[in-house]
Design a protein around this ligand. Structure first.
Ligand code: FE
Length: 204
């Protein structure tokens, strides 16, 4: 990772030196990807949908407009934000078979593994196996639907609200919704068993 940071800094310095970007673009970009385009945005939309049926309907019908109502913008070429709802019977998961497209302003930048050829090529053929390898073992009864992102259509998964969160405040709900659950490589029903359970662990 340190090596990667060095390479990013070196590339940034070179672009600035060659006048391809200015100093500010580089520093602002870092701020944007670490503070503005964060999975907390998607988590806020999902938590609201969990507590407000009318908003849920809005989010499922027009994700981009619903995100906009929270002040979350999307680039113009992201034509739509399609939200797929997980149920007791269906599990949804996203990938980009061509490269690494996500609704990054809403769910954060694509994780490294999302860009891997392994994930992109195998998920569409053997989703159950790939998810199992990532720590999400799904029962054979649960149907899996894989959504392949395009330049124009971006996806976000709406995780099933865990039963143990009954009566929780919206603020507390936001904290358990991970980036992995918004991509669909984790479910939230059982605490401590998701692919990345840091958020749950830290609740104590
Ligand atoms: Fe892509």
């Amino acid at each position: 990772m340190q090596d990667m940071n060095k390479r990013v800094s070196a590339l940034g310095e070179l672009l600035i030196k060659k006048n391809l970007i200015d100093d500010k673009t580089f520093s602002d970009y870092e701020k944007i990807v670490t503070e503005d385009w964060v999975p907390n945005n998607g988590a806020r939309l999902i938590a609201r949908a969990w507590v407000d049926p009318q908003f849920k309907e809005f989010l499922l019908a027009d994700g981009k407009a619903a995100a906009s109502s929270f002040g979350f913008g999307m680039p113009e070429h992201h034509g739509s934000l399609v939200v797929k709802e997980n149920t007791e019977q269906i599990h949804n998961v996203i990938c980009c078979t061509l490269c690494s497209c996500t609704a990054f302003t809403i769910i954060g930048m694509a994780p490294g593994w999302y860009k891997d050829l392994d994930y992109r090529s195998r998920l569409v053929r053997e989703a159950r196996t790939v998810l199992g390898e990532m720590g999400l073992v799904l029962s054979d009864q649960l149907k899996i639907r894989v959504w392949d992102t395009t330049a124009d259509t971006r996806y976000m998964i709406m995780p099933l609200r865990p039963a143990y969160t009954e009566g929780w405040s919206e603020e507390d709900l936001i904290k358990i919704i991970t980036k992995e659950s918004l991509i669909g490589v984790a479910r939230l029903e059982e605490p401590y068993t998701t692919y990345d359970s840091h958020n749950l662990m830290s609740r104590g």
